[in-house]
Design a protein around this ligand. Structure first.
Ligand SMILES: Cc1cc2nc3c(=O)[nH]c(=O)nc-3n(C[C@H](O)[C@H](O)[C@H](O)COP(=O)(O)OP(=O)(O)OC[C@H]3O[C@@H](n4cnc5c(N)ncnc54)[C@H](O)[C@@H]3O)c2cc1C
Length: 393
């Protein structure tokens, strides 16, 4: 085994949270190394999301105002700092006679969303006149009562992740891909991390470890000796299908007729992307290739699309993908479960684990991680403010 050097912070996982922590750590003046098991960054959840940079209108109903406000603030920062990667997109909410939320309720919700976003120009919304409905990509107009239009943003989650890592590297962070962490031990001075890369096992010393392994977070903690604290979590699969139908002009935010869940119908790479589902998974699939939508999920999404765009319902499935949400265990359906990130600090092992969270809030999450680690690290002088750092595609 070869012994490498020592860093203040070792980050495990090259998804959006790992690269964001690397960026925030380097900006705060810490030495940081990120290890990612696959050859490329963002092979896990961070390339399998709905690719929306949004406050999450529906979280208002469950009173998650703090999350919505934080995400809207981060959305505004991303629109400023990453204009080539994050684009404002019109969103449409059609309301039919059988839609569970009335036009009045939606108007209140959109007004509140606007208030939480700070009444910026990009937060305006309106009810479209009937004369505009025919121009909505073939949206079914039978029994349609109203169509609201507002703005949120879209991105390419994998490109965004790689751009954040490039900016972290410019600030001094190091990153190794194809480096799978196999064991974390506690020693007198901090942590010893063993990882396998190119058939060799290397050992790295770090003051603290940030576990940003997404759905693998608890599997990583199982490799910690003597043992590490972990939270019981549910893994909930969310699937998308890309249909070979022309890309719609914006994102349609609709209700699945089967169970009233929110589903997005979006433009993506010149096609139509439909997602997501919520399917509980009892275990992490062994291989990335096994992260596949189930036939029932594809049927569900196709039937939602058929309900709202009957004229285009015959479009073939071009490709499909699935990702895993990490939700701390709790009562009730996964759909209603809070989406706040949970940070768990194990002071004995010196490991901080990031559970769950939103792509949109990645920077805010990373800043919280660094704030909570400060007391356990040597004093360093910051070199940049992540809220000001520009991200290049
Ligand atoms: C279906 C779905 C849709 C979503 N849509 C949105 C959305 O539209 N907008 C939004 O804001 N949020 C969305 N989210 C949430 C968001 O996508 C996730 O919170 C975010 O991508 C999680 O990133 P992560 O870095 O924590 O995990 P991941 O992206 O999964 O990264 C974890 C990384 O750790 C690596 N790793 C694991 N174990 C090891 C090891 N032992 N050694 C080295 N590396 C290791 C993995 O290879 C992986 O690259 C969605 C989530 C899902 C599941």
């Amino acid at each position: 085994m070869r012994m490498s050097g020592r860093v203040d912070i070792l980050v495990v996982g090259g998804g959006i949270h790992g690269v964001a922590v690397a960026q925030a750590a380097a900006a705060a003046g810490y030495s940081v190394l990120l290890l990612e098991q696959f050859e490329q960054l963002a092979q896990g959840t961070s390339s399998r999301s709905s690719k929306l940079v949004h406050g999450g209108l529906r979280y208002l109903e469950s009173g998650q105002f703090h999350l919505v406000r934080e995400c809207l603030k981060e959305r505004a920062l991303l629109l400023k700092n990453a204009p080539e990667l994050v684009r404002l997109t019109p969103f449409f909410i059609p309301v039919y006679h059988d839609t569970s939320r009335s036009p009045g309720l939606l108007r209140v919700g959109l007004g509140l969303y606007r208030l939480l976003a700070g009444l910026r120009a990009e937060t305006r919304f309106r009810s479209l006149p009937m004369s505009a409905w025919e121009g909505l990509d073939g949206l079914a107009t039978r029994e349609l009562r109203a169509v609201f239009q507002y703005y949120d943003a879209q991105t390419d989650d994998a490109l965004l992740t790689r751009a954040v890592m490039r900016s972290a590297a410019r600030l001094g962070a190091a990153c190794l891909t194809g480096a799978r962490v196999m064991a974390i031990q506690r020693d007198k001075a901090g942590c010893l991390i063993d990882y396998e890369r190119g058939g060799r096992v290397e050992r790295q010393r770090a003051d603290v470890v940030v576990n940003a392994a997404g759905p693998w977070a608890n599997a990583l903690l199982e490799t910690a000796a003597p043992s590490a604290r972990r939270l019981p979590v549910d893994l909930v699969q969310g699937a998308h299908i890309a249909l070979a139908a022309p890309a719609p002009q914006g994102v349609y935010y609709v209700e699945a007729p089967q169970d009233r869940r929110a589903v997005f119908i979006m433009p993506w790479q010149g096609m139509t992307l439909v997602g997501t589902t919520e399917t509980p998974r009892s275990a992490l699939p062994a291989e990335l290739a096994d992260w596949e939508p189930l036939p029932a999920e594809i049927d569900y999404l196709r039937s939602v699309y058929r309900r709202y765009f009957p004229e285009r319902a015959g479009a073939a499935v071009h490709h499909a993908f699935a990702g895993l949400r990490v939700l701390p265990k709790g009562a009730g359906s996964a759909f209603a479960r809070p989406r706040e990130t949970v940070l768990l600090w194990d002071s004995r092992m010196r490991i901080l684990t990031v559970y769950g969270g939103k792509l949109t809030a990645y920077r805010a999450t990373a800043e919280k991680v660094i704030r909570s680690l400060r007391a356990h690290l040597p004093r360093r002088r910051g070199i940049a403010d992540t809220a000001q750092v520009r991200l290049e595609p």
